[in-house]
Design a protein around this ligand. Structure first.
Ligand SMILES: Cc1cc2nc3c(=O)[nH]c(=O)nc-3n(C[C@H](O)[C@H](O)[C@H](O)COP(=O)(O)OP(=O)(O)OC[C@H]3O[C@@H](n4cnc5c(N)ncnc54)[C@H](O)[C@@H]3O)c2cc1C
Length: 390
């Protein structure tokens, strides 16, 4: 059977899947719910080497290199400003540093490349439901229109509609215990330049990170809290500015200067997804965050989404039956993705409240020892993963 793919979601996974499918000679239609996303409509991300390798497999590395900048190291410091260690992402003789860019910009260039490769890309269409027939699947959108394919790829992110169609008992995303506030500040803000590193400070009350690699400052703050933010709280950015200044006031870090100067402040809840019992039916498959949202601190979500896109296209190219291709895809991807999610989980959990002075000292010592011993180095099985196109 000749495959024809309906892709739900024109984000990172969906757009990359469209490029990969076109490379495999398979026709594809992409349906994206939003009209378009502004470049500052979301966080920046650092795409590790395995993500860059996946882009290379579908000849999309160069277009992403053009909109991103290398950030080779993570510099770790205490809230007192003491340097605790360096985690190098180029330590094994690799000069292919991870690249940082706004998430929305990555999705946008991939979406436009998908259209250039012959995929039909439609924005402003939100999937509502899908119905499987004997050899096809019909997607229905919020404007009442439909699209038919041999396979439906749910690349609709953490709040996936497709996930509920694949598995009605699927877990909903869970609050992961921290508020994540991120944003941008102008390049002329008084802060030590950090052009090739992400600088992370383990402060008294919260963690603060920033880089100046892109010219402007991209920053984030991670604050442990038992309760998730409500929608109203997340909207109130000026209250957040004051709150963050208070939280970081007693640390000796650039946090307060950067937050005072911030032009964009985006408060959010960190959320994770428990392991799904399955990612597919005979005609519908989930990829990217729709299938397996790993914590942001792993810096792997987008990279795994790109890997998914390439492997799925290869399986559809090799298998005439959609069900066989989808089963093979899940079998190839599941173990790696679960392992990736677990690889940094322990380090992403924060103690709630203010650690006492002695606890802060021992935490800083543990971080310094871990950095020095190489325990925080990016694992080769994850970062050096290659997918070849043949
Ligand atoms: C703060 C933060 C920092 C991160 N940092 C990193 C990092 O450093 N490195 C890294 O690799 N990853 C990082 N990630 C993770 C990464 O951003 C995600 O894993 C990645 O965006 C997943 O891509 P996706 O295409 O699966 O989902 P998304 O990017 O969420 O795309 C889903 C798309 O589907 C669309 N959609 C949703 N519902 C529908 C519907 N019903 N119909 C049609 N379209 C729909 C959405 O509008 C969206 O465009 C980070 C995430 C966060 C939150």
């Amino acid at each position: 059977m000749t495959h024809h793919a309906i892709i739900v979601g024109g984000g990172i996974a969906g757009s990359a899947a469209a490029i990969a499918l076109r490379k495999a000679g398979i026709t594809a239609e992409v349906y994206e719910a939003r009209h378009d996303g502004g470049d500052y409509s979301g966080a920046a991300l650092r795409l590790p080497r395995n993500g860059l390798n996946a882009l290379r497999a579908i000849d999309a590395h160069d277009i992403v290199a053009d909109i991103s900048y290398p950030v080779a190291n993570t510099e770790l410091s205490s809230g007192t400003g003491r340097h605790l260690g360096t985690v190098s992402f180029t330590g094994n003789g690799h000069n292919d540093a991870p690249r940082t860019m706004p998430r929305a910009r990555l999705a946008r260039v991939l979406r436009s490349a998908a259209a250039d490769h012959g995929a039909a890309v439609t924005t402003n269409k939100r999937l509502i439901t899908a119905t499987s027939r004997s050899s096809s699947v019909i997607a229905t959108f919020d404007d009442g229109s439909t699209a038919e394919g041999t396979v439906l790829i749910g690349a609709d992110g953490l709040n996936s509609t497709t996930r509920r169609l694949v598995c009605p008992s699927a877990p909903e995303p869970r609050y992961a215990g921290t508020h994540l506030v991120y944003g941008y500040a102008p390049a002329n803000t008084t802060a030590p330049p950090s052009p090739d590193a992400f600088h992370i400070y383990w402060g008294r009350k919260a963690t603060f990170g920033y880089t100046t690699a892109g010219g402007d400052i991209y920053w984030y703050a991670n604050i442990a809290s038992p309760e998730p933010l409500s929608t109203e709280e997340a909207r109130d950015t000026e209250t957040w500015r004051k709150r963050l200044v208070t939280l970081f006031r007693r640390d000796r870090t650039p946090a307060v200067n950067i937050i005072r100067a911030a032009t964009v402040i985006l408060p959010s809840n960190t959320r994770t997804l428990d392991t799904m019992p399955t990612w597919h039916t005979d005609q519908v498959i989930l990829i990217g965050d729709a299938a397996h949202a790993v914590p942001p601190a792993t810096e792997q979500g987008a990279a795994l989404a790109l890997e998914d896109a390439v492997v799925l296209a290869q399986q559809l190219r090799s298998n005439e039956e959609a069900a066989t291709a989808l089963e093979a895809f899940e079998a190839m991807r599941r173990e790696r993705v679960i392992r990736a999610g677990a690889s940094r989980r322990s380090r992403t959990t924060h103690r709630r409240g203010t650690p006492r002075w002695i606890e802060q000292r021992s935490r800083d010592r543990r971080i310094a020892q871990a950095a020095q011993s190489g325990a925080m180095d990016p694992p080769a099985w994850l970062h050096e993963h290659q997918i070849f196109w043949h």
